[in-house]
Write a protein that binds this ligand. Structure first.
Ligand code: SAH
Ligand code: SF4
Ligand code: F3S
Length: 489
């Protein structure tokens, strides 16, 4: 159980509770079904739930697993946070992600005053920070259940405890080497899905809190990953996004090591699968084998997210990124040569401690040379406990803001020029949704992850269609369905 904090509620240890996972969780799923049924009968209406995700694709996938359990035990999904069970799956990568959660909690407390039955739960990365837990215990007593990233697989058990107790249930683990397979998930999209291939991170970039809140890197067994993809494809999924903080180091912790490229080649064989994406690639571990595998593949999308963070070799060293500006640029060159239609995207941090105007100009230089389709730009945020937080030469806010806006203009200018390069071509588009502004249009994506809007009806959602890219409007295209046949995998 919890080593880091004393649990406020001790688990019952009845003899009939299975010890091994996932059996134990299925036991609690059955108990929950009874509890939820009894509660909804006494209220004379179904119980509703809402899971809100903050943060990255990992959290989004975790939320699908949490929803899977909630729906299995009888909760109905609610449109808003006015629900009987509300769970915030939190992020703490930057301070504003963290502040957002406190803001939302105040709002939830207001809703709870009108619905005393309401259960409020928090999980995710922010809960792995001891200061956060102290603050919640002191000032947010209306929260009913708090758990972290390492014991998320125990959600059914923890929810059962929360529903059958009127005390705050708190269960946070410091770390784990455990991976629990075969728990349910409720996908957001019927035709695409994230698939975790690894958890945690061992890189300790000096600004980043993720290794502290997600624990050490561990890879799922290839047979479990491939089986999950096969099952998803059997259920209508065409596109998978393989998820990990550093997918390029996949497989190192396995009993029988396998490279990421090796895993991709096996995934390629799965019938029914049309598109394979992955995130995130650390430049220091991107192998020639991966480039060749992408080049030879018919299913791996022509898109690579390759976080730069900074273009200055001096700052990169301080960031503990373990590559230089020159190494990064030669990697880009190699990728462009091998895969000419590749779309390249990145993450950049502005204002890392000690960053000078010269360092910043090095970043601008890489942006010009690498020609990114999109770059996510972030203002450096000090995260307690990371080495960079203790660095003395933090950059003043006004200087950072000025650099940030100059970087953003450059990134947008290049992004706009780059996006237009497919104009006039007919390319496969996966139709993903009805356009939010104009319901006569569908919104989909090219392999390169570029958005395309085109006339179409909702029955086409989830299909890969040939679309003529008529007009580029900055970062997206307006297109028209081409009369050719539907693409098959
Ligand atoms: N594992 C991924 C990134 C995960 S976090 C990788 O290595 O690329 C997503 C992005 O958030 C990072 O790429 C980085 O650009 C940004 N980020 C992380 N910590 C940050 C911090 N303290 N301040 C600002 N941005 C940060
Ligand atoms: Fe953070 Fe670096 Fe790990 Fe990415 S690779 S999650 S930036 S420590
Ligand atoms: Fe945030 Fe955790 Fe992802 S800190 S970015 S949700 S791994």
């Amino acid at each position: 159980m919890n080593e880091n904090y004393k649990n406020e509620q001790i688990l019952t240890t009845a003899d009939d509770i299975p010890a091994e996972e996932p059996k134990r969780q299925y036991y609690f799923i059955e108990k929950l079904k009874e509890t939820v049924k009894a509660k909804s009968e006494s209220l004379g209406r179904p119980l509703t739930c809402k899971v809100v995700t903050f943060g990255c694709q990992m959290n989004a996938r975790d939320s699908e697993k949490l929803r899977g359990i909630l729906e299995l035990v009888g909760y109905e999904p609610a449109q808003s946070e006015e629900a009987d069970f509300v769970l915030y799956n939190t992020c703490t990568v930057r301070e504003n992600a963290n502040l957002k959660v406190y803001g939302h909690l105040g709002y939830l407390n207001g809703i709870k005053k009108n619905n005393p039955e309401m259960v409020i739960a928090l999980c995710g990365c922010m809960m792995q920070e001891p200061e956060v837990i102290e603050k919640l215990k002191k000032s947010y007593r209306f929260v009913d259940l708090i758990f972290g990233t390492h014991n998320i697989y125990k959600f059914a058990e923890l929810l059962y405890l929360a529903l059958t107790s009127d005390r705050m249930i708190l269960d946070i683990w410091k770390d784990t080497d455990k991976i629990v397979e075969d728990l349910p998930a409720k996908r957001t999209y019927s035709f695409k899905s994230g698939v975790n291939i690894m958890f945690g991170c061992n890189n300790f970039c000096s600004y980043c809190i993720v290794p502290y809140v997600r624990g050490r890197e561990r890879s799922r067994r290839p047979e479990d990953i491939l089986e999950e993809i096969r099952r998803l494809c059997g259920d209508g999924v065409l596109e998978v996004m393989l998820l990990g903080q550093n997918v390029n180091s996949y497989g190192k912790t396995l009993e029988h090591p396998l490279s990421f490229a090796g895993l991709l080649r096996q995934a390629e064989e799965i019938p029914g699968l049309s598109r394979i994406r992955f995130m995130t690639s650390h430049p220091k571990d991107l192998s020639d084998e991966l480039i060749q595998t992408m080049k030879a593949s018919k299913k791996i999308c022509r898109h690579l997210h390759l976080p730069l963070q900074s273009g200055s070799s001096r700052i990169l060293k301080q960031m503990n990124r373990r590559y230089t500006k020159e190494q990064y640029l030669s990697l880009v060159e190699k990728l462009r040569e091998a895969i000419p239609d590749l779309s390249l995207t990145t993450d950049i941090i502005v204002g890392f401690p000690g960053e000078t105007e010269e360092d910043f100009q090095e970043t601008m230089d890489v942006v010009r040379l690498a020609q990114y389709d999109t770059a996510f730009t972030f203002i450096y945020s000090k995260r307690t406990g990371t080495p960079a937080a203790a660095m003395e030469n933090q950059v003043p806010d006004e200087v950072v803001k000025d650099r940030f806006s100059r970087l953003l203009s450059l990134v947008q200018e290049i992004g706009r020029q780059r996006t237009g390069r497919f104009q006039g071509q007919t390319l496969p588009v996966l139709a993903e949704s009805v356009n939010e502004q104009d319901p006569s249009l569908l919104t989909g994506r090219l392999e390169q992850n570029i958005v395309v809007h085109f006339p179409g009806t909702p029955d086409l959602i989830g299909k890969i269609l040939p679309v003529y890219l008529k007009e580029c409007r900055g970062f997206y295209y307006l297109g028209e369905r081409s009369p050719e046949k539907i693409y098959e995998s």
